[in-house]
Design a protein around this ligand. Structure first.
Ligand code: ZN
Length: 324
């Protein structure tokens, strides 16, 4: 039988077209901005800094990893599983050691959404005990009252830590030590990781580098005390924040200044009898004068003033630890 040349030609053209589409897709993926930018901050210690240029594909928060002598530890897993998969792939390019631990610095969605990716790769997820209690419940509030079924299902299927602690834990990646300690301020279930042999601190969202923070769950009084301890104990450390670029003690001190100025300005405005929108309008220019150039100012300045107003009045709702 003669081969049907026309059919063969169509099949060949179809194959070429598919190959062209595949190549174009791969090249688009290669040209798309990465969800995060990796920075080596010490020997075997990497910060993965959220890349705003990636727009909707961005990581949504910072993460990082530490390569020890027999295993790897990951700090946080971003806002979406796709970014977490890129992080996993990049770790795999640097080392074949097993990824033994993931530590979630707190329960917020932008730090835990890729947990399942790392759990599937064999990692054990650890966090302060309130992270496990709040991860699948409190995260729903970020979608507002119009949360969809798909969003609810997404939150309820987030990977939970399988090991929890109250005050902290010390982990060993072979001979490499990572000290994890819980501190109050940002949610009531936050952890800070310290790598002594490299003098690097991963702060989670207890430190935002020249960026206004999200105070939705915050208690700013103990938060300022937490920052004082960080500054006192690690004067020469490199600090990897939860959001913003890698910083040093002066940047942590600047951030402490923001929280304490906010508390002082809101307190003064309350003493002058102001409340609600009037209070926000009176505090905003004072905060803007000093912090108007920080990232996320337009996004967080008013909510920060509002939440601090509630906190100082003793009316703020914050997540409660589960009763045992
Ligand atoms: Zn965050």
């Amino acid at each position: 039988m003669r081969p049907n040349l026309r059919a063969l030609l169509i099949r060949a053209l179809g194959f070429l077209a598919l190959a062209a589409i595949a190549a174009a897709t791969a090249s688009a993926q290669q040209n798309a901005p990465a969800p995060f930018i990796l920075h080596q901050v010490g020997p075997g210690v990497w910060a993965a800094i959220d890349n705003p240029a990636a727009k909707s594909g961005r990581a949504g928060a910072n993460a990082g990893f530490v390569i020890g002598t027999d295993s790897v530890l990951v700090i946080d897993t971003f806002e979406n599983p796709a970014a977490a998969q890129v992080l996993l792939d990049q770790i795999r390019q640097k080392t074949k050691l097993p990824i033994r631990f993931v530590v979630n610095t707190h329960y917020h969605l932008d730090h835990v959404a890729g947990n399942n990716i790392f759990a599937a790769a064999g990692a054990t997820i650890l966090a302060q005990q309130n992270v496990r209690a709040w991860e699948r419940t409190e995260n729903k509030k970020f979608f507002g009252p119009k949360i969809t079924t798909a969003q609810t299902q997404m939150v309820e299927s987030l990977g939970l830590p399988s090991i929890t602690y109250q005050d902290g834990v010390t982990l060993y990646l072979g001979s490499r030590e990572v000290i994890v300690r819980s501190f109050p301020g940002h949610t009531g279930g936050d952890s800070v990781l310290f790598i002594p042999d490299a003098n690097i601190v991963f702060t989670g969202d207890l430190f935002w580098c020249h960026m206004l923070p999200n105070l939705i769950d915050a208690s700013t009084k103990p938060w300022v005390e937490t920052l004082d301890l960080m500054i006192q104990h690690h004067p020469a450390a490199t600090f990897v924040p939860g959001h913003g670029e890698v910083g040093h003690v002066q940047d942590v001190s600047d951030f402490r200044g923001y929280l304490s100025d906010l508390r002082a300005d809101v307190g003064q405005s309350q003493s002058a009898g102001k409340s609600g929108d009037t209070l926000i309008d009176s505090v905003l220019p004072e905060i803007q004068q000093k912090y108007g150039t920080w990232d996320a100012f337009a996004y967080f300045a008013k909510p920060d003033i509002h939440y601090t107003d509630l906190e100082l009045r003793g009316e703020k709702r914050i997540p409660q630890p589960p009763k045992n």
